[in-house]
Design a protein around this ligand. Structure first.
Ligand SMILES: [Zn+2]
Length: 249
């Protein structure tokens, strides 16, 4: 909250406290949460204005570190003006923009400044930016720039492999798309990541894992001392490809 705000407490019937949601009053001092009290005890501690938000949920802001805003260059897909309002509407207070969807991609300092200019004055939540690494320079970059630092290198783990091209299938069927990205592409990429991670001891993070098969590789690498983490996304866990109708992805 703005330190200049005159609000000294916020009351809601639904405050997220640890694992449970209950009525509470949040006491604010100097712009920071001082304490969270049951309604009955709060009156003694609230000198100033109390903001009552009724039934609206109060919870910590969500930090989404994997957001594809496509501005500049593909703002018609999604730009900062809409993406950050959508984040705020869903309880997000910080987004971190992925580097490769915009034109130009955030791969150089110059492009980063272009990105900053595009985002300026358009953001409704805190916004940070990932930098992209040019394919081919990745290992060199890791060796020279990241080794012995605490920086994190995320990987979109997908590698071209020789496989029976599925481009002949019906392009309207989701299964045709799926068979164009077989598990082996992710497995082979992750095999490389685990080797790099172990060899250089650089913090590596695999983004949106889509197959369960590489989990064994990841577990083994972690056990061997690789500073490696992995994330997946909710649609990989909750949607079944068999249920996706043709032309309806
Ligand atoms: Zn992504």
């Amino acid at each position: 909250m703005d330190p200049g705000s005159t609000v000294s407490a916020v009351r809601s019937q639904r405050v997220l406290c640890g694992e449970e949601i209950r009525p509470a009053v949040i006491i604010i001092k100097e712009g920071k949460i001082h304490s969270i009290l049951p309604d009955t005890e709060a009156s003694a501690h609230t000198a100033g204005k109390v903001m009552d938000v009724g039934n609206s949920l109060i919870m910590p802001g969500i930090v989404d570190c994997h957001v594809h805003v496509n501005e500049p260059g593909r703002t018609f897909w999604e730009g900062y003006w809409t993406a950050t309002q959508a984040a705020a509407a869903g309880g997000g207070t910080t987004i971190v923009d992925m580097p490769l969807n915009s034109i130009p991609p955030t791969k150089t300092l110059r492009n980063f400044h272009e990105k900053l200019r595009a985002a300026t004055g358009q953001c409704f939540v805190d916004t940070a930016f990932w930098g992209g690494v040019i394919p081919g320079n990745k290992v060199l970059y890791i060796q020279h720039k990241l080794q012995n630092t605490f920086q994190l290198q995320p990987f979109h783990a997908e590698r071209e492999v020789q496989h029976a091209a599925a481009e002949k299938g019906d392009p309207h069927e989701y299964s045709t798309f799926l068979s164009s990205r077989p598990n082996i592409m992710e497995i082979e990429a992750i095999r490389t990541v685990t080797q790099i991670c172990l060899q250089y001891q650089v913090r590596c993070h695999i983004v949106h894992l889509s197959s369960a098969q590489p989990l064994e590789l990841i577990r083994a690498a972690r056990k061997a001392g690789a500073p490696l983490t992995v994330e997946t996304t909710h649609h990989y866990l909750n949607l079944c490809p068999e249920n996706i109708p043709a032309r309806a992805t």
